[in-house]
Design a protein around this ligand. Sequence first.
Ligand code: ATP
Ligand code: MG
Length: 600
Amino acid sequence: MKATTPSSTRWPTISKDIAALPVRPNLADYDEACAAFTWDEARGGLSGLPGGGVNIAHEAVDRHGAGALADREALRFVRADGTTRSLSYAELAEETGRFASVLRGLGVQRGERVFSLVGRMPALYVAVLGTLKHAAVFCPLFSAFGPEPVRQRLQLGGGRVLITTRALYRRKVAPIRAELPDLRHVLLIDADDEPEPGTLDLAALLDDAPPYGEIAATGPEDMALLHFTSGTTGKPKGAIHVHDAVTAHYATGRFALDLHPDDVYWCTADPGWVTGTSYGIIAPLVHGVTTIVDEEEMDADRWYRILAEQRVTVWYTAPTALRMLMKAGAERAGGHDLSALRFVASVGEPLNPEVVVWGQEAFGLPVHDNWWQTETGGIMISNYPAMDIRPGSMGRPLPGIEAAIVARDETGAPLLRDGEIVLVTDPDAMGELALRPGWPSMFRGYLNEEERYRKCFVGGWYLTGDLARRDDDGYYWFVGRGDDVIKSSGHLIGPFEVESSLMEHDAVAEAGVIGVPDPVAGEVVKAFVELKPGYEASDALRLEIIGFARKRLGAAVAPRLLDFTTALPKTRSGKILRRLLKARELGLPEGDTSTLEVGR
Ligand code: ATP
Ligand code: MG
C-alpha cells in the first residue's frame, strides 16, 4: 500500500538566523552536536551523590540548595488572583528533606510507592522530590480523576502512601478505601481540627520531622517514578522509570528546550502526566532555572497575562492549548508584553503546521514541535532554536538518540527478512517509528505486564506504535498512531494530515478524523469538526469544507463524510480520542474511558 504524499510539505520552511537570536542556542550546529555527544559526557553536567550513585532529587534540588543558587527562586506559583509565592532552591531542599523524613518516620521502605492526588500546589512538588530523596517511588495522579481511575492505578501500583486534600479524599478515595489494602497512609495537606478517619495531618508531621540528613543512596537503575500513559489507545499502562533518567532530562532540557541559567520557564502540563514531571519539575530544576507553576486551569487571557507578567522566556505547552488560543484569536495576545519570550515548544499530539506558523502572529515566534512518549521518559525528536523548521515536522532526533522507520507487513507487524528487521530507507516512505534502546530515560518495564514490555522490542529496536516518515534531510513527520491509520481504496491515510488540512479552512477550530467501514473502499474518511466562534453549522458549510479539503488532499484522501461537533472527545491531557469517536460512530463499546475529559 502506498502512503499519501504529505500535504504539509506545502508550508514554507521557517529559516533560522542564529545571529538574530537573543541568546546563543545550546545546540548551535545539529550535526556537530550529534557527532560530539555521549551520554557519559552528558553526565558531566550532573554532580552525582557525594558517596556515589545518582538521585534525581540531589541533581534537581540539593546540589543547588547548598550552592551558588541557594537563594534563587526554584518554583514560582501563580495563584488564582495572579499573586505569587515562591520557593528558593534552599527552601525546596529543606522542605523536601522534611518530607523525606516524614516518610522515614512512617516506615516507608525503599522502592515503595507514594502516590499523589493533588492540584498544582507547592505540597505536590515537595512530595515528588522528597519521595525521591527517601529512595521511594513517586506516582502522580491527575487530580481530576474520578474514584475508579484512582482505584485502578493505586491497586496496580500497590500504593503505600497517598498525598491528597480533604475534599479529594472524601469524594474520590474514601468510597474505595476498603478496596486498597496496600494503602497504609493517607496524608492530608489541608487537615483541619476535625480529623478525617484513616488519614494523617501532613503539616503536623512535617512540623515534627527531624532533619533527614544525607539523601538515601540510590543507584542509576533504582526505580524512581511510575507514570501511567494517557490511555489514548486503551487501558493506561504503568511505565517504570529509574534515577538515571535525570541524565536525559538534563541533556534534553539543554538541547530541545534550550534552557539557560537565567531563564524563567513555564511548562503548562500537569504533573499528573509525564510531561509535567519530566519537564515541569525535573529538567528545569536540574538546570537551576526558575519554573512557573499556574495553579489554575487554562484560560486564554490568563495565559497571555502570565507569559507577560512573569516575564516567561521559555514556554513548553501542548497543541490542544495552542489550538484553543488560536480559536480565541491572535488579537487576544495584543496588549500583552511578550518581549521576554524567546522560545516556544509543544508536545503531546501532532502539531498542525497552521499552528506552528500562527505562533509568529501571536507570540512573534514559531512553535517548535517535539515528540516523545511516557515510555521514552524524555524528548526524543525535536525542533531546535538554531535549526530551520519545516512546519508539520516533529524535527530531528536528539543527540544521543538513534531513530529509524521500520517497514511493516500487511498485518501491521514489523517486517522481518532472514530474521532481521527491515528498515525503510526511501525518503518519505511510511513505517513504524523505532528507537535504538539504551538512552537513560527509557522505561524499564510496564508494571506487572512483562510480556507487553518484551513485545515492544524487536530486532534490537524499541517500536513506538506510532507511524512516521523521514524526509531526505532527516526530518521526521508524524503520520498517526498505528491503530488510527485509515486504509481507503489502496491508500494509507494518516488522520493528522487530514485534520491539518481541515484546520486551514477559516471556519475550522479543531478536527478529529477516523476511518469508517465502506463496502467498496474498505474504509472511508470521516471528519468531526469543531467550528470557530462566529460560524454556524450548515449543510452548505459542510460541503464547502469537504470541497476545500478535496482541493488540498485529493478525492482519495479528503473526508467523504463530515459531522459538526461542539466537543471532540479528549483525554484529560488534551489528546483527541479517535478510538472513542470511532466506537461511538460504529456503536461499539467505548473501552477504557478513565482518562476522558468530563462532558466530552
Ligand atoms: P496510551 O499509550 O495509553 O494509548 P498515549 O500514547 O497518548 O496513551 P502518552 O505517552 O502520554 O500516552 O503519549 C505519547 C503519544 O502521544 C505518542 O506515542 C504519540 O502518539 C503522541 N505524541 C506525542 N507528541 C507528539 C508529537 N509531537 N507529534 C505527534 N504525536 C505526538
Ligand atoms: Mg502510548
